[in-house]
Design a protein around this ligand. Structure first.
Ligand code: BJW
Ligand code: ZN
Length: 265
């Protein structure tokens, strides 16, 4: 069933808890929002580990065959084929009410920061559409950038790139193979960006964690940085995660339904 663009059913959130969290958000000088694949699920972007409207990407593909530098070294054509398919699929997706609620929320106030693990550009598109300045820090890179595997130069690319077909794309400067500008398992995240994210988590009076399984580090450790610094953590997810027992409030349900209730209310 194609549920793209539609909201998924979710239980009625507790009204008192919603009010309470709205109060926390109002009084917080600094708010960090950490998002994962679940926030884009209702736009039609497949999640990695399921739990969304579609099966997870890892239900159909093995990560070690596709999202590691070793996989790329072994079979660059296979890896490019997968990323090319995702570029086309994600390029056709549009922001959903969860991206839009975040963009609106930030447009009306200072001190809201967004860190995403997502490689799509749906947060940017929502901000552009709504005149908001809420631009995300992309911890795991971008689906719409190419990087040279030799000299490291990067380029923006069109959503429907021609890669995945022979001959594979090569750098104009050093002729090494190009690769997607994302962070694979076993690769370091950009140290400067990770520092910024950790500082935002440390300073946040409240970190709102939306649609992430909380399994992939170091991103999964950011909410705990907030907790250790004495801040609050609020989670929105279809199902419980390893973070759930530590969060101050948890709203189980669809992000596209819950974020407008929480942030516009
Ligand atoms: C909804 C919803 C709806 C659905 N509404 N909710 C410490 C401990 C253990 C291991 C490690 C560690 N530190 C580092 C590691 C190794 C590794 C790691 O974390 N492994 C674990 C999996 C065990 N980390 C790394 O390798 C990282 N690098 C690193 O740490 O370098 C230093 C180092 C190297 C080597 C050894 C040790 C240290 C790099 C991680 C890079 C992750 N890359 C990917 C692919 C990006 C490119 C691409 O897109 O192809 O990033 S993997 C994939 O997972 C992607 C995502 O950003 C990331 C997180 O996934 P996310 O967003 O949480 O999605 P899902 O699908 O998992 O969950 C969706 C959630 O949404 C679910 O909870 C649903 O319920 C929910 N949901 N619909 C609300 N409508
Ligand atoms: Zn190069």
């Amino acid at each position: 069933m194609d549920l793209r663009g539609e909201e998924m059913p979710s239980p009625e959130p507790n009204g008192e808890e919603l009010q309470e969290v709205r109060g926390w958000l109002l009084e917080a000088e600094s708010v960090l929002v950490l998002t994962g694949a679940g926030i884009s699920a209702e736009s039609g972007v497949p999640t990695f580990r399921g739990g969304g409207v579609e099966p997870g990407l890892w239900d159909r593909y093995r990560p070690e065959e596709l999202a590691t530098p070793e996989a790329f070294a072994r079979d660059p054509e296979l890896v490019w084929g997968w990323y090319s398919w995702r570029r086309t699929l994600v390029g056709d997706c549009r922001p959903n009410p969860a991206h839009e609620a975040l963009a609106r929320f930030a447009a009306g106030r200072r001190g809201v920061h967004l860190v995403t693990q997502n490689v799509d550009h749906l947060h940017e598109e929502a901000a552009r559409n709504l005149g908001s300045s809420l631009l995300p820090l992309h911890l795991h890179g971008s689906l719409f950038r190419d990087r040279c595997s030799g000299c490291g130069k990067e380029w923006d690319v069109q959503p429907k790139g021609p890669h995945g077909t022979m001959p594979l794309p090569r750098c104009e400067s050093c002729h090494s193979l190009l690769r997607p500008g994302v962070v694979w398992f076993g690769e370091m995240l950009d140290a400067g960006e990770l520092d910024v994210a950790a500082r935002l988590a440390q300073q946040a009076a409240l970190t709102l964690v939306v649609g992430t399984s909380g399994l992939v580090y170091p991103a999964a450790g950011l909410p705990r940085v907030t907790l250790e610094a004495g801040g609050r953590v609020v989670e929105v997810n279809l199902e419980p995660t390893p973070l759930t027992p530590q969060a101050h409030r948890v709203f189980l349900g669809s992000a596209a339904r819950l974020l407008p209730l929480l942030l516009d209310g």
